[in-house]
Design a protein around this ligand. Structure first.
Ligand code: FES
Length: 171
């Protein structure tokens, strides 16, 4: 039998990362695992988007291990997979929000301001050395002020035969 093309060597350190139990996506505890990609296609320090039907999943290979969450920023849904990963912190490409993948919490609020996961208001964030952006009052400013940054939700991951498997659940 033809064994097919050789798969990339798995990274020896590839392990599923722990995540806060209360942030596990609903319906995934009993969900079947599905193969997403070869471990070799997710080197340490990288992000990948994997699409299943209408669901875009972010796989991140952090120093804590491999994590799976939605590829949607918890602020305004931009794809985190094209952001930057620094340790366990992913930076969103849209409004400079930064999120800790090991805890699911924002570590830097977006440049638009808004509500954090606990509903606490944070004013517009401006990078150091730049003038604070003025936010002209109106419906758009109100929408930004009322937009809540949520916590990430996680899908269980396991590594089997050098492949990353994820339990997606019903969605
Ligand atoms: S969409 Fe990510 S910080 Fe706004």
């Amino acid at each position: 039998m033809d064994p097919g093309p050789a798969r990339p060597e798995p990274h020896p350190e590839a392990i599923p990362a722990p995540f806060p139990a209360h942030l596990q996506a609903i319906g995934t505890a009993e969900a079947p695992f599905e193969v997403f990609l070869d471990v070799g296609d997710l080197p340490s320090g990288t992000l990948r988007r994997v699409t299943h039907g209408d669901r875009d999943i972010l796989l991140a290979h952090t120093p804590a291990g491999i994590l799976a969450t939605d590829d949607r920023c918890p602020h305004m849904s931009a794809p985190l997979s094209i952001g930057e990963l620094d340790g366990c912190i992913v930076a969103c490409p849209l409004h400079e929000g930064r999120f800790d993948l090991s805890t699911g919490d924002p570590v830097q609020m977006p440049t638009t301001g808004g509500l954090d996961p606990d509903g606490v208001y944070h004013p517009t964030w401006t990078p150091g050395g730049r003038e604070t952006k003025s936010d002209v009052p109106g419906t758009k400013a109100e929408a930004r002020r009322l937009t809540r940054v949520r916590r990430l939700r996680y899908y269980p991951v396991r590594i089997v035969d050098g492949r990353v498997e994820v339990a997606l659940g019903p969605g």
